[in-house]
Design a protein around this ligand. Structure first.
Ligand SMILES: [Zn+2]
Length: 453
């Protein structure tokens, strides 16, 4: 039976902020509006802002993509927890690479990458689709605590010989970087026959086949509306091939060249935003996210709080806690339990630590109740619905006023409660809904009850 409590003069809230971020939450956070805005800005369909100036990115060809590079640097710099490397590798070549260091295994690296240069104006499918997806995944994953390192890489000069990726892969190989998988996305927005087919291009190099298998498993785990073609030996005509050259695990994901369903506007200025299949593109972007969040090793720390009238409680069990005074930004000494009952009004947050990952809750305003209000909250009126005997319990030493109102607000009964526990025979009243009002001075407790028959 559902009980309805109406507190007239009491105000306290039961609220929570963000709920725990599961892998599914992260995948569903991939947002088509966000992706579309990047697609339009990066292809010059709409103006954008770079370095505080209103600009339009008209072209991204080899010697003409400084503005595009600056745009990407600015996007990554605006995200938390990323280290941005603006990597010049020849006169005009410039990779934009952002690193999110793993909290548990910083030397275990997964790369999500796309080339951002083009061969003509616009070039929405090739490869703003990949570029926008890398930015969108970074936007979301950079807010999360991950075990492993993720590198978000946007390569330059793919169109004139996979140069940016070639430079990076050779350097990574000589550095001995422990790259466990390179997921390259290039052209993922066209599906002319609407059959939801896409390609994974793979070769039996390092653990590339296992990467392909992991992607296929994710298709069913999350019920993506996509049909896979495995192409083996896969095309070497994009940046992943430079990682194969160095013996790294890598695959290419994109629209289906295998089924001859690639964009008919390939390498021309007719490759525009309006020709893209946005739901199909969104679905592949979510598949890519599912792979990255799985391989990144999401550490699910619930940083939400429950606020009651008497305490703040972290919703994450079995963790370490440090409560923080948001007004001073300082930890509160000795307040390291899951719940915290502030003795003074203020704004409070909790830092929750699981393993090596710490997440901070949002700040919550809290005003401790005075003892009279606490006592008011302890008033009990039951049962509800009630057939004959209504029980009233309260903790006050004073006499309280008890009143019964019709649902229209007309007072139909009153008496003084002289004991901490009283019984009222309600069979004298007609069946239906009523309001009980119990007051002690200015303080009022109110509850809806239903008298049955
Ligand atoms: Zn391309």
């Amino acid at each position: 039976m559902k009980q309805l409590f109406v507190f007239l003069s009491l105000s306290f809230s039961v609220m929570s902020s963000l709920s725990a971020q599961t892998k599914l939450d992260i995948i569903n956070a991939v947002n088509l509006d966000s992706l579309s805005l990047t697609l339009k800005e990066f292809t010059g369909e709409v103006a954008t802002n770079v370095g505080g100036n209103a600009v339009t990115i008209l072209n991204r060809e080899e010697a003409n993509n400084e503005l595009a590079g600056d745009y990407l640097v600015e996007k990554f710099n605006a995200m938390n927890n990323l280290t941005v490397n603006d990597q010049a590798f020849n006169t005009n070549g410039r990779n934009i690479v952002a690193t999110q260091l793993g909290k548990t295994n910083p030397n275990d690296i997964y790369i999500i990458c796309a080339h951002y240069d083009s061969v003509a104006d616009y070039c929405a499918d090739d490869n703003t689709t990949g570029t926008a997806t890398v930015l969108e995944i970074a936007r979301i994953l950079s807010t999360q605590c991950l075990d492993n390192t993720i590198i978000y890489a946007l390569w330059d000069e793919e169109e004139i010989g996979l140069k940016g990726a070639g430079f990076y892969a050779a350097q990574a190989s000589s550095n001995g970087d422990n790259i466990l998988g390179v997921l390259n996305i290039d052209m993922m927005g066209y599906d002319g026959d609407n059959d939801d087919d896409f390609d994974i291009d793979v070769r039996p190099i390092a653990n590339s086949i296992a990467m392909k298998d992991d992607l296929i498993n994710l298709l069913s785990t999350y019920n993506f509306n996509l049909n896979v073609n495995v192409v083996n030996p896969g095309s070497p005509a994009s940046d992943h091939a430079r990682f194969w050259d160095q013996g790294f695990s890598a695959v290419l994901v994109g629209e289906s060249w295998e089924n001859n369903d690639q964009t008919p506007y390939y390498h021309s200025s007719s490759d525009r935003y309006s020709t893209l299949d946005l739901p199909y593109f969104h679905e592949i972007a979510k598949l890519i996210m599912s792979y990255m969040v799985t391989k990144g090793g999401l550490v699910s720390v619930d940083n939400s709080l429950t606020v009651s009238s008497t305490a703040l409680t972290s919703n994450m069990a079995n963790a370490s806690y440090q409560w923080i005074n948001c007004n001073t930004n300082l930890p509160i000494s000795s307040e390291t339990n899951q719940s915290f009952s502030p003795s003074a009004s203020g704004s409070y947050a909790v830092a929750v630590t699981v393993g090596s990952c710490t997440e901070l809750s949002s700040c919550v305003d809290f005003t401790p109740l005075d003892s009279e209000t606490i006592k008011l909250n302890m008033i009990k009126v039951f049962s509800n619905p009630v057939l004959s005997t209504l029980n009233i319990e309260h903790p006050f030493n004073e006499d309280l006023s008890f009143e019964l109102f019709s649902i229209e607000g007309k007072k139909i009964f009153e008496q003084v409660l002289t004991k901490k526990r009283s019984e009222l025979n309600v069979s004298q009243f007609s069946p239906g809904p009523y309001f009980v009002r119990i007051s002690e001075g200015e303080r009022v407790f109110s509850q809806k009850i239903v008298i049955g028959k």
